[in-house]
Design a protein around this ligand. Sequence first.
Ligand code: PLP
Length: 371
Amino acid sequence: MDRDKILLTPGPLTTTLRTKLAMLRDWGSWDADFNAVTASVRNSLLGVIHGHASHVVVPLQGSGTFSVEASVATLVPRDGHVLVLDNGAYCKRAAKLTTMMGRRVSVLACDEAAQVDPQTLAQQLKADPSITHVILIHCETGAGVLNPLQAVADVCAAQGKGLIVDAMSSFGALEIDARKTRFDALIAASGKCLEGVPGMGFVFIRKAVLDACAGRSQSLAMDLYDQYVYMEKTTQWRFTPPTHVVVALHEAIAQFEAEGGQSARLARYTANYQTLIAGMARLGFKPFLDPAIQAPIIVTFHAPAHPNYDFKTFYAAARARGFILYPGKLTQIETFRVGCIGAIGPDEMEQAVHAMGLALQDMGIASATPA
Ligand SMILES: *Cc1c(COP(=O)(O)O)cnc(C)c1O
């Protein structure tokens, strides 16, 4: 069968035919038509967070991590001090890249099965006044935890600290309102909940901190301030843009808006999540997280206790039926993940559950109950 497999992964994810078809043309990076597409994308992105008054948006070539790294290098002074709120793998990645950017880093270690705690953050900021910036991962894609963005932003605002938010896997699906929530930078990417293809990130930067960012980055290619100034002046990207990714994102955003924007996307992903959870429970699977802190983005399940289970075989059996699963990212226990995002609905989730049920049958596992 040459039908595309359904990607139950947190990016790249399944896209619509319309989005894929948008990539069948070539575009000149200097051409006015392409520059108009870039401008339209930037305008729409600001609209998603109601950020026109308070923020600018700067697109950057590369995967999402490139934009996180660029944000740290552009926003944090060379002698700044960053506190990373750590409840998972993407937090650890943010801490590592901040260290590699030469900025001082402290880590507030949290349980990966819990939300980060704003009260502990407030105490830590009081205890160490040298901290200049805080990094929060909005939805920690490692386990799937939804972190308390508003409460963390309020603590940072009250104590005058800069806040950098990695909203990669939440942007477009979960509500983020720049009129209510104060952040200095917020990062997302083309190939997540907007359902574009991967290849570019974008960073919302608060206008009030923008001018101070000039000259902070030690990297030429990753300097978001330079990218912003150049784009404002010329309407063009500074270096070769990912043209096909940009036009695909433009098409994906048109569909996002037609669907009803963020609230409609959240409703669809929530329906996907509920269909998944109910179906997996029938098979005996148990989710890792307390539903109260689970984002409807990606779900971590415990591996079945049955001795026949191994992820590779399970993956291959689901793949043979057209569904791509995602390995777990927890350090202590064996898990796997299923994404609820992408151009899919509850019907596809029901089919995915059915495929996983058949995969268990292949492996001679009557129930997926964990240890
Ligand atoms: C996807 C994702 C990223 C970016 O990962 P890339 O592989 O660089 O695209 C960063 N943070 C979070 C929370 C993510 O989900």
